[in-house]
Design a protein around this ligand. Structure first.
Ligand code: TNX
Length: 535
């Protein structure tokens, strides 16, 4: 008993007065450099947050909310610097290493956070939030430490498909909160697909009344299994107001929202409302099951381009992102092959085949977007028939598309399905809910290296980052989606931010455990099934 008492006193003194233990410095994604300091900074009612000129107060609000939720009071903000019991925030583009970077020093007297830019301050605060330690007597403190940090990649993303299943604005906001906490800076919003068109376009009201709905709710099926329908009409859409609110909310958290309008494939929902945009006039039906469908936007018909340009006009007005995602994936050429207008276009444009017609399609849309000062980003298949000048490629079928595009000096975001598709199974437990297939445990995402070794260092610069994709065919509730997304997204966050040399799976798994209370605090239904995965 005495021994344990002595040990307890020794250990707690180590924490209170000596060096903070390493496990208290658990941050995801792992910072560039993090060293343990002495003692800890205790937050109390007289702690003041000092904002140096130029620091945006908004970034601070998130930190204040966390402190308030733990301590029960909010901290005063002041422009005067007293030197003690202060959390001081400033921006200095010379000091902290690079874009989005920050430096954080915690001593018993002072927390000093210097961001290279506004985003740097914001990310430093996210680190601080993760470092907050609440003792049993509700004492709120931050362990002494010194951190220098900046991201490996400029693009760190999560994609969300809201066509197959949609989620309320409140859930999307909650997920955006989590993205911010783990320094993910891009939300790729997959708004249209065969199973439903989910963004309000005022010029085309039938997209709301017809394309936003399908006849039945599909409860998840595998092609080879019997389908389960509940017989109820399923659907809905986000109003432009909703979308603007998401953009605003994300921006406050340094997250860019990239909207995706799918073309030329995955277009059944749009064709159902506007059958003149298909090759054979329809009738079409918003898809009730998942897959790839032959009816696609007609590439020989100028109505298609007029429609898409008007849709994009409204999309651009809502989303200020540099990139507009135009899909481009999985477009069967069956209809174009037997469509006189498409064949005429092929011959008029001196194209070789339907693949080049796809390239023509993408090029035409890209030119339109370029004229509006936007750029296209699209899935691997935009390489078909020749890659459009200036296009960024999202490499999903594997790494080959990304490698080829980088060699052609095109920007690339790596999203290979085998490594970052969160609709895959996360464990071998037979009780896992039905998933799209595949096996993607936390450890496998973590093992992914976004820059293919075959690329020269010159070409490797075109790999702008990584993204996890959340296709929702099998995720019909918020809880289920969260179970699939978390904590696997935390591994992606670390791939996007942390250098290869600084990554360690056993250490990461420990840090995920330490982060669980934060996820719980955000009411995220994360999976706890990840420990068994050691292969
Ligand atoms: C392929 S990834 C798709 C999606 C599906 C997904 C299912 C991509 C560009 N297209 O339409 O939802 O597989 O994993």
């Amino acid at each position: 008993k005495l021994v344990s008492k002595v040990l307890f006193v020794f250990l707690s003194s180590q924490y209170c007065f000596g060096q903070a233990s390493k496990s208290l410095l658990s941050v995801i994604p792992q910072p560039v450099s993090i060293t343990v300091g002495s003692g800890s900074f205790t937050i109390n009612r007289s702690t003041v947050i000092n904002l140096q000129p130029g620091v945006n107060r908004q970034s601070l609000v998130f930190f204040q909310r966390y402190v308030e939720s733990y301590a029960g009071y909010s901290l005063t903000v002041s422009n005067a610097f007293s030197g003690k019991n202060v959390i001081s925030l400033r921006i200095d583009s010379n000091l902290a290493a690079q874009k989005e970077g920050y430096r954080l020093t915690v001593t018993p007297q002072l927390i000093e956070l210097t961001g290279h830019d506004e985003a740097g301050v914001f990310y430093g605060l996210q680190t601080l939030i993760q470092l907050i330690h609440v003792s049993t007597n509700k004492m709120v403190s931050v362990p002494g430490c010194s951190i220098t940090d900046y991201p490996r990649f400029s693009y760190r993303g999560m994609h969300l498909d809201v066509s197959r299943n949609m989620f309320p604005v409140s859930a999307i906001k909650k997920w955006i909160d989590v993205l911010a906490l783990y320094k993910i800076n891009t939300f790729h919003w997959h708004l249209t697909d065969d199973q439903g068109w989910r963004i309000e376009i005022k010029r085309f009201p039938k997209l709301q009344t017809i394309s936003a709905y399908r006849d039945e709710t599909l409860i998840g099926h595998k092609k080879e299994l019997p389908r389960q329908f509940d017989g109820k009409r399923y659907g809905g859409y986000y109003t432009q107001e909703d979308a603007r609110e998401i953009v605003r909310y994300a921006k406050e958290r340094h997250i860019t929202v990239i909207p995706e309008i799918e073309m030329p494939g995955h277009a059944s929902a749009a064709l159902t409302a506007y059958p003149n945009l298909g090759c054979n006039g329809g009738p079409y039906q918003t898809a009730k099951f998942w897959g790839i469908f032959d009816d696609v936007f007609c590439a020989g018909n100028d109505d298609t381009f007029n429609f898409l340009e008007q849709v994009l006009d409204e999309v651009i007005a809502i989303f200020p992102s540099e990139y507009i995602h135009i899909g481009g994936d999985e477009c069967p050429k069956t209809r174009w092959k037997s469509c006189p207008k498409c064949q005429k276009r092929i011959s008029d444009q001196h194209l070789k085949d339907e693949h080049e017609l796809q390239s023509y399609f993408i090029q035409r849309i890209s030119n339109y977007l370029l004229s509006k000062n936007r750029k296209i980003i699209g899935w691997d298949e935009i390489r078909e028939g020749g890659l459009t000048t200036g296009a960024t490629v999202m490499s999903w079928t594997g790494e080959e598309g990304g490698i080829a595009a980088a060699r052609l000096k095109h920007d690339v975001v790596m999203t290979p399905e085998k490594y970052v598709y969160l609709d895959y199974y996360q464990s071998l437990n037979p009780n896992e809910p039905l998933a799209a297939g595949g096996y993607l445990p936390l450890s496998k995402i973590y093992s992914y290296e976004p820059v293919p070794a075959v690329l020269s260092s010159e070409d490797a610069k075109y790999i702008k980052g990584v993204q996890a994709n959340v296709w929702t065919e099998y995720m019909s509730t918020i809880e289920h989606a969260e179970y699939m997304i978390f904590p696997r997204l935390l591994a992606l966050a670390e791939l996007g931010w942390t250098s290869k040399a600084n990554r360690s799976l056993p250490d990461f798994l420990k840090r995920v455990r330490v982060n669980e209370p934060l996820l719980k605090k955000l009411a995220v239904n994360y999976s706890t099934n990840y420990d068994e995965i050691t292969d």
